[in-house]
Design a protein around this ligand. Sequence first.
Ligand SMILES: *Cc1c(COP(=O)(O)O)cnc(C)c1O
Length: 393
Amino acid sequence: MSTATSVSHLMNNYARWPIHLVKGQGNKVWDDQGKEYLDFTSGIAVTSLGHVPPAVAKRLHEQVDTLWHCSNLYHIPLQEQVAAILADVSGLDAAFFCNSGAEANEAAIKIARRYAQKVKGTNRCEIITFEQSFHGRTLATLTATGQAKVKDGFAPLPDGFKTVPYNDMQALRAAVSDQTCAIMLELVQGEGGVHPADEAWVKEIRQLCDQHDLVMIVDEIQTGIGRTGTWFAYQQYGIKPDVISLAKGLGSGFPVGAIVAQQKVAEAFSAGSHGSTFGGTPLAMSAALATLETIRDGQYFDKVKELSQYLIGSLQALQTQYPEKIRKIRGKGLLLGVELNTEVADILAYMRAQGVLLLSAGPQVIRFLPSFITTPAEIDHVMHVLQQALESE
Ligand SMILES: *Cc1c(COP(=O)(O)O)cnc(C)c1O
């Protein structure tokens, strides 16, 4: 029986593309009809090493025969190993593991409040976030998110969040009060249209946080683990956050999330204050460890930067050819957006039919999230199909 024609017992909360995927390898995925696609979405910035990367698959296979789960009642040596690598490459001190991006941001919000209330002994609770941001789908993280559509129908929302315009220091200064405990931001807004933060603005946020002892939370869930050409995007801004949240690229597709914090903030999570049954299982940690070791030992950042330059150059050439169709090219590393002067849905559908998978980021932006093992020839192919799609408009 074809999955395409059978009655679905799934909820309708995803506007799914009409493709039924059953297999992946490297930069390719296949549907249940055997049709091959070139994947420039990486499962929304998750499979950065390609689908089923051999080093991660091998480690997972070994771990499947060893220990899957034991709970955090015990010490889990693999957690220590992953935390040590994250601390080493981030310059931060201590990690907490969970299972998704939203959960990582929940932990970031909780640790910031607990730092203000239990370590500093204040009653501060407010988190400032930014318009067009995306921080997740739990009640707290959708409240933090600066997009009305994710909040629709979920009232009442938790108190203690204030949203101000992005890249606007005046608006931010005006929003900070004696209730503020943290500022939370993405350095390239992924879902919200691929908007990078201005360096001067980010440096001023760091200063503002130092001045008022606010927790600076950088949501690196989409930008982290090499996606922008460095381990974390903040490393290109000359600042160090107090807390970062991670998820998407951390486990190559195995669900795993984390926050990593500076010691003074990390201490706010004392024994019993926060936790997760599944957080940091040996199975999840083996996927994260293999992913981190592969990226650390594989000179991937040079590859990401080279591929990024090549992709930007190719897109600029296309923009010269279609100046009235392509408005802007922006982003960092292999998180790039192309803003068109029309809606992108038809263009993406055309490209899917031609076997090329790309994402949007809002109605008029095509988002490129290719894997770190993409080849220039694959970029050439995607450009060729994109040109055909623009011609067919
Ligand atoms: C995807 C994403 C999240 C949410 O992650 P989930 O794993 O879907 O909960 C949060 N923040 C950013 C920046 C993201 O890109």
